[in-house]
Design a binder for this molecule. Structure first.
Ligand SMILES: *[C@@H]1O[C@H](CO)[C@@H](O)[C@H](O)[C@H]1NC(C)=O
Ligand SMILES: [Zn+2]
Ligand SMILES: [Zn+2]
Length: 349
């Protein structure tokens, strides 16, 4: 395969990843979903009906019904990266005297990550049930801004505790609802936000660590090949240094899969690091993603998105100046994530 073909495949895969990630992040109004919708409208007249129906049904099943597709995809990507790491990078690193300890760190991180991943999937996020709702109501006071007392969920027919939200994918109300995550096929709520945070950080660590080891390997490969010092004679007969493009091309051709993996890992790392930091920030200021969106006026609990305005006395626009006024200090906020107040017991004051 020549360099250009390889590079084209590479770009296509990276772009596909970005597309997938933007789609899954699930917030209804990402610029990307708006773009996708308009693209869909443009190509709709030229696609056959059965294909439209099929893709609509597939999308619906993927994003609006509970399914394990993304868990499988997650495991598949992980197996691919670890197989490649073990098969090509590990041996090369051993040859250049990287210690066994630093080479085993990715496997340890994988183990740790799998535990949190499993807990995110299996843990009940804090479903509001008929039996528990009386206790769950008392966990958080209603702020009368984002959450109003006496609201009933039209689907579950249960009183809505403050900070809860009905998850349309799982068809249940969840306490301290954050968001529904398709990658773990579960809601993130009061009882599993801590696992979700730890999971995010461990995936970042995993991607970052393998990326560093791989980059180190490629660097050694370049140094060993002597390409940095190499030169060639150009068409005018002058001596030219090989240069960076030459080195990149050489690496692409000698270790196509390793370079490919490194690109993927760097992409995943920055994306997830941003996402993890956002969730860490939310934890520190005692907010859920749901509240963050609401307090920015993206979603109004009573109306359809974007209809809550200052002119409407029933649904005043959210007060932006007091966005974090629930926070009782960073440490207490973090503690609440890791030791969530249990329904039934009154919260310690
Ligand atoms: C977090 O915010 C809620 C209201 O949204 C409040 O009831 C609770 O006491 C706050 N917790 C901390 C630790 O500040
Ligand atoms: Zn509900
Ligand atoms: Zn859900």
């Amino acid at each position: 395969m020549d360099f250009l073909t390889l590079f084209a495949i590479y770009v296509v895969v990276v772009v596909t990843c970005i597309v997938l990630v933007c789609k899954y992040s699930g917030q209804q109004q990402t610029p990307f979903s708006i773009l996708l919708n308009s693209v869909g409208k443009v190509i709709a007249p030229i696609t056959p009906k059965w294909l439209q129906n099929l893709s609509q049904r597939t999308l619906h099943r993927l994003f609006h019904q509970r399914n394990n597709m993304f868990i499988y995809l997650h495991i598949l990507l992980e197996v691919a990266v670890y197989a490649e790491f073990t098969y090509e990078v590990f041996g090369f690193c051993r040859e250049m005297d990287t210690t066994l300890i630093s080479l085993s760190v990715p496997y340890i991180l994988l183990l740790i990550k799998s535990v949190f991943f499993y807990l995110c999937i299996k843990r009940d996020p804090g479903t509001v049930t008929k039996k528990k709702v009386a206790g769950q109501i008392h966990v958080y006071p209603y702020d009368r801004k984002l959450f109003h007392p006496g609201t009933t969920c039209p689907t579950c027919q249960l009183l809505k505790p403050a900070r809860s939200k009905h998850c349309r994918v799982c068809n249940r109300c969840v306490q301290r609802f954050d968001h529904h995550c398709v990658w773990v096929n579960n809601c993130i709520g009061a009882q599993n936000t801590r696992y979700f945070l730890l999971y995010l950080f461990s995936v970042c660590a995993m991607a970052g660590d393998i990326a560093v080891l791989t980059a180190d390997m490629l660097l050694h490969a370049v140094l060993r090949s002597g390409l940095m010092m190499a030169s060639y004679i150009d068409e005018y007969g002058d001596k030219q240094l090989a240069g960076l493009m030459f080195v990149v091309q050489h690496l692409f051709l000698t270790f196509p899969r390793v370079v490919f993996m490194l690109g993927f890992l760097v992409f995943v790392f920055f994306l997830l690091a941003g996402y993890a930091l956002f969730h860490f920030y939310l934890a520190v200021v005692n907010q859920t993603s749901n509240e963050w969106y609401k307090s920015r006026g993206y979603v109004c609990q009573h109306c359809h998105p974007g209809t809550g305005t200052a002119d409407d006395p029933r649904h005043p626009a959210p007060d932006h100046s007091k966005r974090y006024y629930y926070s009782r200090g960073v440490l207490r906020n973090i503690r609440e994530i890791f030791l969530p107040p249990q329904p039934g017991h009154k919260k310690d004051k």
